[in-house]
Design a protein around this ligand. Sequence first.
Ligand code: VAH
Length: 322
Amino acid sequence: MKRIMVTGALGQIGCDLVAKLRQIYGEEAVLATDIRQIHHETVQSGPFRTLDVTDNTAFYEAAREHKADTIIHLAALLSAKAESDPALAWHLNMGGLLSGLETARALSCQFFTPSSIAAFGSDTPKNSTPQDTLQRPLTMYGVSKVAGELLCDYYYHKYGVDTRGLRFPGLISHSAPPGGGTTDYAVDMYGSAISSGSYTSYINKGTYLDMMYMPDAIQAVITLMEADPSKLKHRNAFNVSAMSVDPEAIATNIRRHIPEFTLDYDVDPIRQAIANEWPDSIDATAAREEWGFDVQYDLNHMTDDMVSKLMVKLQADQSKIS
Ligand code: VAH
């Protein structure tokens, strides 16, 4: 990777990924794009342009003008939003992906796009879900993720496009809010614990899902994209995870810092039904063996960092008000 174009750069992954890529490869080397333009560090700290990823010509022109050799395509609707507007989700998630792959083919770019644990359905083995197994999701988000994995593999086998992907678990971060996902409850819980000392979860206790702290997710993208292609037996997409937790496990861990934190439940049937489709825990052996996937953050370490970073943010916000 030398000259990188990122789509969905103002999203939960995009904000942190663009910052890290600019730190490693240089600010001018990383073009951030998004459908929105807002006042944000990602826009201010290097090249930025607005982009509708479903516009093939605009996608191609942005990458060509940037002289991109790598496309990191993040723009998509997440699970809960996708379920509320399946036709829009298919249009954006698959139309945007096809634009990106056609651009990568025309300009000989390396190509990354995330898949998700949502690519598995309720008849997939729920514990230590294998890298290669049944994928019959019944959510539009899951359908678009499985279709996306197949399309990326097709572009590799048919045209030789160097496509690579990760099946991300729920991602937890403090810098940018997630938007329209199901695992967002975990991010919201940390924020509420700091701001109000309590949280009402829309996902029920005992609902185990794979999660990962954002720094580990960002490092996984970079390590995979820099990996020796001759070592890759899989491409789209690798299972990766750092932990399997339910709301109670996160709450118990938060109480190591905020003993009086309280958690109760008001379950959202739509997002609970989505979560019920997903594995309890996935097996990341292939990622470890083929390109050295590893994580630095377990639940304790993630909570320590989230609480300290959110405390700083809250104090900064309070000083602005006073
Ligand atoms: C979502 N955060 O909740 C995303 C992710 C595994 C979940 O794909 O939709």
